[in-house]
Structures are given as C-alpha cells and as structure tokens.
Design a protein around this ligand. Structure first.
Ligand code: MRU
Length: 402
C-alpha cells in the first residue's frame, strides 16, 4: 500500500463502530481517554497473552482504528521507526516493552553483548526523543542485576509497566498544573472562550494516556471551562490534522484545524490566548526540541505577547545537554513524506504525489525552540521558568528523579 511503510506484525482491523465490543485491556491504572466512549491506552499487554504487546497503529487514524500485535523486539523497532506509534513518552514506553520482548524471545542466558545489540536496534530507530534512550537504559541497568530467565522476565515486565504507568501519572499531574494556568486566563477573560493553539500531536496518542500539551486542555474541559483549540495541521505527517483533531473530537472539545502558517495571523488578531506544545527533548537549560515548526510558533508568540508553554514529563529532560540548537540530534526522515500526502479517497486510504516527481525534498522532523522564547515549562512537579534554575528548582537531583 505504501512506499515507505513495511509492516511485519499481525494487524487486526476493527471499524470504529465495533469498538464498544472490545474488552478493557489493561493491568493497572484506571483508563481515562476514550474512543467511542471506551477507555483506551496507546499500548498494553494482550489480555490473553502478556508475551504480546498491543498498540494503536496510528498510521491509519483518523480513518481506521487498527490494533497491532507486536511479539518481537524487531517488530517494536519497526513500529517506532515507521511511526505506527510515535510521540516521545509513548516511544519510551514502547522501547521498554521492546526490551521486555527481547527477554520473552530469548529463553537462554543472554550475554551483555546480545542485550546491547537488541537495545541498539531500538536506539537507532528515532534519534530526537530522549525517552527512547532513557527507557532502554533503565531496562539494561535493571537486567544486569538478574541471575535467571524467570528473574529477567519479571524484572523487564515490571520495568516496562512502571515506565508506562509513570507516564500516565506524570501526564495526569501535568494536566493539573496546566489547568491552573488556564484557570487564570479564564478568570482574566471573565469566562469568555479561551483559544489555545497547539502544534503536532502531544496528546494521549503521543503518550500512554492524557497527553502532555493536551492534558491541561482535557482537565480544563472536564472542569467546564469554555475553550477552543487551534490545531496546526503539522506537515508533513499531519499529526495535528489526523491525530489531535481526532482525539479532541472523541473528547467533545471544540477545535479548528488550521494550516501550519495560520498561527501568526491569528495571534496578530488576538485570537490565541496561549500556546501549549509538547517536547521530545528538553535541555537542562530549557531549550526544547519539538515537531518541526514549533520554533516559528514560538517566534510569533513572542512577537505578539502570547504565552508560550511547553508541557513535558521529566523523562523528556536530557540532563547532559545545555545548548539545544547545537547539541540535540534532529531526525531527518524520508523525502517522500514531504512529496506525498495521505488521506481517505473513495473509501480507501491512499497516497498522492504533491510535487513534481523529480523535485528533491528534505524532511527535518524537529526543530529547537530556545529557552528565551518559552514562557514556562509545565511538568509533573509544577510550572517553572525555562532555565536551569527553574528546572533544578523542581528536580534538584536531575536525572535521578525521572
Ligand atoms: O514525530 P512525532 O509524531 O513522534 O513527533 C511528536 C511530537 O513532536 C510531540 O509534540 C512530542 O513528542 C511531544 S509528545 C507528548
């Protein structure tokens, strides 16, 4: 079907109107985000067989809801690289389960070299989101203490569950802290509709539940605050138009999809009260890598005195880095993602060519917004200034705390 996606795992397609018949699928925390009124996370262990991990295959949204079974580390690496799943916190959880699958499929006593080889498969998939390396390294460290296959299996599963559940908890807390910011704006506007602009998808589909940038939005909507979301379409992969719009629709939140270049115009005309975006990697000094185009929104926000917030769990902070523009690796993806566009036509998901076939294209996945353009960071511990002092004030022990 597609020129750039290669699927090895079994796919189960279900139409949206059949979703109500699916069982609840999770082992622990309560589920919060819903699809057709049924609660879902983005990744879980198959109810009938915990050696199989299931994910929502996001390549087909918003047109089809597809659950994919993943049974090997290779399949998980493919799912991350080819963006069956995406978004920094979810990539971290998926990588943790990817290491668990290494143990599931390796009955004997794996050498350190073998574990590192499997880890490298995952680490090489996407370079910008630091949650990937964070989760893989947590697994590798935990596994070094194990002496038997049973112990390794239990340890890797426990670690994958902890990383997944802690993402949910952190996103919930981000929602609560971001809610106070929205409440203040709502009070200042005397209850008038608040317009929030977001870029890409930093929603529950990018995490395990709730989302980062969307968590405050969901919390405010649940509290009855009148809000409306401007959704940047986010070329080339259109995570805003496809995924954020779909999420907001499921939750009944008023929103409007806009072309990527519209935000500045809206800000000039007082139609944006705040911007909230996510982060794939944040330096200890507050520079933020996020989906390509975020930087331009931050510049427009600064010029128009619109508050620009970045919502992130501490697992997204790279404590080793200070200068984001110089130090954060920026993923470059296939040019065909720019040259082609995917959508539903004639009842089928299809890709069409946009450019002259011979024209070269280039595809940087992320850019870095320097800290001085960021009004504040919304973390699971509270809101802080985007600088070392602010971040260390909330996380005094740095990487030992995430
Ligand atoms: O390329 P993607 O879709 O993985 O990029 C996702 C983003 O840029 C998100 O904004 C980021 O991961 C934050 S997710 C809560």
């Amino acid at each position: 079907m597609s020129v750039f996606f290669f699927t090895f795992a079994v796919k189960e397609k279900i139409s949206l109107n059949l979703l109500d018949s699916r069982p609840h699928l999770l082992h622990s925390s309560p589920l919060k985000m819903t699809v057709n009124n049924q609660a879902y996370r983005t990744i879980w262990e198959k109810a009938s067989d915990t050696r199989v991990i299931q994910i929502i295959d996001q390549r087909y949204l918003p047109h089809e809801f597809v659950i994919e079974d993943i049974s090997t580390t290779e399949q998980m690496a493919t799912a991350i690289r080819d963006m069956h799943l995406r978004g920094a916190p979810l990539i971290g959880a998926a990588a943790a389960y990817g290491m668990y699958l290494t143990i599931v499929n390796e009955g004997s006593n794996p050498t350190d070299d073998y574990l590192q080889k499997m880890a490298d498969q995952l680490l090489q998939t996407r370079p910008t989101a630091v949650n990937l390396a964070w989760a893989v390294n947590l697994q590798l460290t935990a596994l070094t203490t194990c002496h038997s296959h049973e112990e390794r299996l239990a340890t890797a599963l426990k670690m994958a569950r902890e990383i997944t559940d802690s993402s949910v908890e952190k996103c919930f807390q981000i929602g609560q802290h971001g809610l106070s910011l929205i409440e203040k704006i709502s009070a200042a506007k005397k209850g008038e509709t608040i317009n929030i602009l977001t870029h890409c998808n930093a929603g529950w589909l990018a995490c395990v539940d709730y989302g980062t940038a969307t968590a405050p939005i969901y919390a405010a909507h649940k509290k009855g605050i009148d809000l409306h979301v401007w959704v940047d379409e986010t070329r080339p992969r259109n995570q805003g138009a496809r995924l954020t719009a779909w999420e907001l629709l499921q939750e009944g939140i008023p929103h409007t999809v806009i072309a990527d270049n519209v935000g500045g115009h809206l800000m000039q005309h007082g139609k944006v009260d705040m911007v909230i975006v996510g982060s794939d990697r944040t330096t200890r000094c507050g520079d933020v890598a996020n989906k390509i185009g975020t930087y331009l929104k931050a510049l427009a926000a600064k010029d128009n005195e619109v508050p620009f917030y970045v919502a992130l769990p501490s697992s997204t902070i790279d404590w080793e880095l200070r200068d984001g523009v110089k130090e954060i690796p920026i993923e470059e993806r296939h040019a065909n993602e720019v040259k082609y566009i995917q959508g539903m036509y004639d009842g089928k998901i299809q890709k069409v060519l946009l450019t002259p076939e011979e024209s070269p294209a280039t595809n940087f996945g992320f850019d870095v917004t320097p800290a001085h353009l960021v009004t504040g960071l919304i973390t699971e511990r509270g809101v802080c200034s985007a600088d070392e002092e602010g971040i260390m004030g909330l996380f005094p022990d740095g990487d030992k705390e995430s």
